[in-house]
Design a protein around this ligand. Structure first.
Ligand code: HEC
Length: 102
């Protein structure tokens, strides 16, 4: 009955990929390009604010970055996005910041 395990695995992987719908992925990409980039730089290479390039994020833990997006940082320009971005979506954002598709 190996195939049951296998089909379950495929079903779960599909579900996971669908957690952020393709439409929502487009919206989030737009948000990054139009809003986040206003502070983090046009190519996210920073400026006044920390760079969000794969290199800059390499040694920073996912959890810290995700919490920064959701909760913001007190007394800085980085505001909390939790009313607009869910935790799953914040995870997705970090994942695409780490692996931008050309
Ligand atoms: C108004 C300016 C501004 C906007 C807009 C903004 N940020 Fe930030 N962000 C900051 C600042 C300033 C910091 C650094 C805060 C500090 O000094 O710790 C920061 C920090 C971060 C960090 C942590 C970086 C690190 O190296 O620790 C992440 C991740 C991040 N922002 C993601 C985003 C995302 C994603 C968006 C868009 C949804 C966004 N930011 C929009 C100003 C902004």
């Amino acid at each position: 009955m190996k195939w049951i395990g296998l089909s379950l695995m495929i079903a779960f992987q599909t579900l996971y990929a669908m957690e952020v719908s393709p439409k929502r992925q487009m919206e989030l990409k737009g948000l990054i390009e139009n809003v986040c980039s206003a502070c983090h730089g046009k190519d996210l290479s920073g400026g006044q604010c920390p760079s969000l390039t794969p290199k800059a994020l390499a040694n920073k833990p996912d959890n810290m970055l995700i919490q920064t997006i959701l909760q913001g940082r007190n007394n800085t320009a980085m505001s909390a996005w939790k009313d607009l971005i869910t935790e799953t979506e914040a995870k997705w954002i970090i994942q695409i910041l780490r692996n931008p598709k050309k």
